[in-house]
Design a protein around this ligand. Structure first.
Ligand code: NAP
Length: 241
């Protein structure tokens, strides 16, 4: 295939599934993570069976200097980046009235500012390549809002505006920019959520999504959807129609 994919937050969950999916079709993969080295090493071990080049990079996506340093390293190691998946993200939920500055800033920095920091050097490279595909992991709550998640929804809605604006700016350079908006997906992020049964009532497909469900949508946007840009693909089992 000869393509290189960079996936942030790929030690676990959705990012890991995306890395495995893209490796399974022959992409070389650079994965990043925050601190869970054991999980990142496990992801690399699982990728081994696909006989592609794979490396892991530990840095905080909300720290501009760390991002710049590590993206430069990734470009040096892989020479090109064809697919960027801005996936790393966190939740710090609370009702708005109780939301602290720290909770607000942590989520905006990690889920939104990170996409600005990571995309900047990657877009510069893609502009030289005159091709590339960027996929931002937003969320259905970024489209519809959610109680207790004003910080997270603001960041995810911001990513949608970011996606559409970059799609308009970069189309003429051969770069497509899209977003996936997962619904209720089984990962560490959702493992402690109360009232799971309540969610299932409103999901048309009557099951939670898997990380692999999201990875399939990302692969479609990254590799198959050659005439699709600026779109938000909702992967929520028909939770919000
Ligand atoms: P997860 O299982 O909690 O995994 C989060 C990943 O992001 C890990 O690889 C983690 O690295 C990395 N990460 C977290 N903070 C970071 C930071 N500051 N710098 C670098 N890496 C960082 O999450 P997930 O459920 O797979 O979610 C992935 C994305 O999908 C997120 O953007 C999330 O908002 C979005 N999403 C998830 C759902 C859902 O239902 N799960 C729904 C909609 C959207 P470590 O392993 O080193 O901590």
């Amino acid at each position: 295939m000869g393509k290189v994919a960079l996936i942030t937050g790929a030690s676990r969950g959705i990012g890991k599934a995306i890395a495995l999916k893209l490796a399974s079709v022959g992409c070389d993969v650079a994965i990043t993570y925050a601190g869970n080295t054991e999980a990142a090493q496990n992801t690399l071990s699982e990728i081994e069976k696909y006989n592609v080049k794979a490396k892991a990079y530990k840095f905080d996506v909300s720290n501009k200097e760390e991002v710049e340093e590590n993206i430069a390293k990734i470009i040096e190691d892989f020479n090109q980046i064809d697919i960027l998946v801005n996936n790393a993200g966190i939740t710090r939920d609370d009702l708005f009235i109780r939301m602290t500055d720290d909770k607000w800033n942590d989520v905006i920095n990690t889920n939104l500012n990170s996409a600005f920091y990571v995309s900047k050097p990657v877009v510069k490279l893609m502009m030289k390549q005159r091709s590339g595909s960027i996929i931002n992991t937003t969320s259905i709550v970024g489209v519809y809002g959610n109680i207790g998640q004003a910080n997270y929804c603001a960041a995810k809605a911001g990513l949608i505006g970011f996606t559409k604006s970059l799609a308009k700016e970069l189309g003429l350079r051969g770069i497509r920019v899209n977003a996936v908006a997962p619904g209720f997906i089984e990962t560490d992020m959702t493992k402690d959520l109360p009232n799971k049964e309540e969610f299932l009532k409103i999901i048309s497909l009557k099951r939670m999504g898997t990380a692999d469900d999201v990875a399939s949508a990302v692969k479609f946007l990254a590799l198959d959807a050659e005439y699709v840009t600026g779109q938000v693909l909702e992967v929520d089992g028909g939770m919000l129609i």
